[in-house]
Design a protein around this ligand. Structure first.
Ligand code: ATP
Ligand code: MG
Length: 569
């Protein structure tokens, strides 16, 4: 491509709301423009990057026997009614009617459509397993679209679905997909981690997320210092605490604790470790068609993990409860304890099962109980893992320690089971001629989010640094002075030689200052720039490597061979 003919509107200005490097540089370097909140147009450079990522995904999917299909973007709402998700998906699902008043949705994901696609077409166990995927636009009317391509409303996702006649076969395919997804991310040049994830309300059994490691990531992941264990904080678990603080010795008693409402105050007042205090988090829990106040109890040293809390209550959402709402059901904020289960539902963290020597609210203004032995309620109360792991907690699999890092969720693989096939009555005949629902897996990968992720991980203050697998062009030929016939001739020669060798190359033949063109090349992030400048009179040019910012002098005779070496490495 000749730069004089290219549509790459670079700019000094970033969008006013851009905070992330990827948002800033993809906008400034002429990859994307925003058309409305969460909606982006891809310019030629972005289109090239997307195609590269898609090619790698296609290659790796083909290797493991997954087949590409394409479903219509506009989806009959009736399928979403069949699965029951039309309500659950809430406002993220964009609904509309056609001229005949038939209701449709814009696909945010395609479990329903894919089940409908195979139902009555795959009818025998003999035709299983099968793994079908597509790479296509999705639409989710996200409440807070932000960070450019990272969280758009319209975005490109690879969504895949596998169908099986046994859970063992699903397990096998799940592992195959994990390996394939890892290969994709390695080929893209990304530093990533596979982590255990929350399987949430979809009703599957196991799921893993592929996280690109980046400080700007929206997800917190807990990783072990010794073993491979990694988990999204929403799903991370820990081993039982090993070093237990010395227990306060006290017999059961009610104690006056004027104005002591926080855990810190309580622990200080009784001079005990917060480990021996009971923290109460009062929440309003929202279900499909109702809501209620639920009290969550944890050790004072822990915090409530909201996704775990949602799972423990099978809620749709959990929001803070106001003081008025608590008082309305007779709960005294600040002095709530787990020993009065009449007023509200209790969910107690598993680390409190049979906990002794505890201090907790006495459900009475200005009073706490001390010397509480929770084994008295261990038979009747509802216990669940609702605590967020802390840095320094013990790994659930080895004696290592957990620490936190930030990640961008670029992929999610999921053992779905029969949730959708049952709901949509999609069945095959097993070996005994008996109808069975398909056992399913689902495998998502955010293609447009990956474009942003590459830049989150690979940029500097001057712009993008594309990895070799993702670069829109591998080489940029910079003719410093286009009026210099010799410089221009060499530029043209290298340009045609590289094109001949199937190397993706840009020829910067613009009549602009060298400094301006160089800044532009850095902003766009070509892996290599061949600088044809003043040194040409001595038979030399330079190769500029974007990721190291190093310039190496090379003789004109050797430059083609050298740059081909660089491009391959
Ligand atoms: P998130 O927690 O980030 O909202 P999700 O759990 O809703 O993601 P999935 O439903 O598992 O995501 O979708 C599969 C993949 O699609 C995600 O791993 C992510 O890479 C991508 N993705 C999801 N939502 C968006 C979005 N709004 N913009 C861009 N990519 C997205
Ligand atoms: Mg989401």
């Amino acid at each position: 491509m000749r730069r004089t003919q290219a549509f790459i509107p670079t700019s000094k200005e970033a969008p006013s709301d851009a905070q992330l490097a990827s948002h800033i540089f993809l906008s400034r370097a002429g990859f994307v423009t925003q058309s409305a909140a969460g909606l982006y147009n891809y310019m030629p450079l972005a289109k090239r990057v997307i195609k590269k990522i898609e090619n790698i995904v296609n290659e790796e999917m083909t290797k493991v026997g997954a087949q590409e299909v394409e479903l219509s973007f506009v989806t009959p709402a009736s399928l979403w009614e069949e699965s029951g998700r039309i309500e659950k998906f809430g406002k993220e699902l964009l609904r509309f009617k056609d001229r005949k008043e038939t209701q449709f949705v814009l696909a945010p994901t395609n479990e329903e459509m894919m089940v409908d696609f195979v139902r009555n077409r795959i009818t025998s166990y003999k035709n299983l397993p099968v793994n079908l995927y597509q790479i296509k636009t999705k639409f989710r009317d996200e409440a807070r679209p932000r960070f450019g391509l990272m969280r758009g409303r319209e975005f490109i996702m690879k969504d895949g679905y596998s169908f099986h006649s046994s859970t063992e076969d699903l397990d096998r395919e799940f592992d195959v997909m994990e390996v394939a997804y890892k290969r994709i991310l390695s080929r893209l040049g990304l530093d990533y981690r596979v982590v255990e994830a929350d399987s949430g309300a979809i009703g599957g059994s196991e799921s893993k997320e592929l996280m690109v490691i980046a400080d700007s990531g929206e997800d917190t992941i807990a990783v072990c210092s010794k073993c491979e264990y990694g988990a999204n904080i929403e799903a991370a678990t820990r081993a039982e605490r090993k070093e237990i603080p010395e227990a306060p010795e006290a017999t059961f008693n009610k104690f006056q604790t004027p104005d002591i409402k926080s855990i810190d105050d309580l622990a200080a007042f009784f001079k005990v470790d917060p480990y021996y205090t009971v923290k109460t988090v009062a929440k309003k829990v929202i279900y499909d068609d109702s809501e209620e106040i639920v009290l969550f109890f944890l050790r004072g040293c822990d915090t409530l993990q909201e996704v775990k809390a949602i799972n423990a209550t099978e809620a749709i959402d959990i929001v803070d409860a106001s003081e008025e709402e608590l008082l309305a059901v007779g709960i005294i904020p600040g002095f709530i304890g787990p020993l009065d289960q009449d007023k509200a539902k209790h969910v107690i963290d598993i680390s409190l099962k049979n906990a002794a020597n505890m201090i907790c609210g006495a459900n009475e203004e200005d009073y706490h109980f001390i010397g509480v032995d929770l084994s008295v309620i261990s038979e009747v109360a509802y216990f669940a893992d609702i605590a967020e792991v802390n840095e320094g907690d013990s790994c659930p699999h080895c004696d290592g320690e957990l620490s936190f890092t930030k990640g961008i969720e670029v992929g999610h693989i999921f053992k779905l089971g029969t949730t959708y096939s049952k709901a949509l009555k999609a069945e095959y005949l097993d070996e005994n001629g008996k109808a069975q629902p398909f056992i399913m897996g689902t495998y998502g990968m955010g293609i447009s989010r990956l474009v942003a992720s590459v830049i989150e991980q690979h940029h500097d203050e001057n712009g993008c640094i594309w990895t070799k697998a993702t670069a829109p062009y591998m080489i940029n030929i910079m003719v410093s002075n286009i009026k210099d016939a010799e410089q221009m001739a060499l530029g043209e020669k290298l340009y045609s030689d590289l094109q001949e060798a199937n190397v993706e190359v840009m020829l910067d033949d613009r009549k602009e200052r060298f400094g301006f063109k160089m800044k532009d090349a850095e902003l766009i992030g070509f892996p290599y720039t061949i600088i044809i400048g003043k040194e040409l009179v001595n038979g030399n040019v330079q190769i500029y490597e974007r990721c190291t910012t190093e310039k190496t002098a090379v003789s004109v005779e050797n430059v083609l061979a050298e740059i081909m070496e660089y491009a391959k490495k």
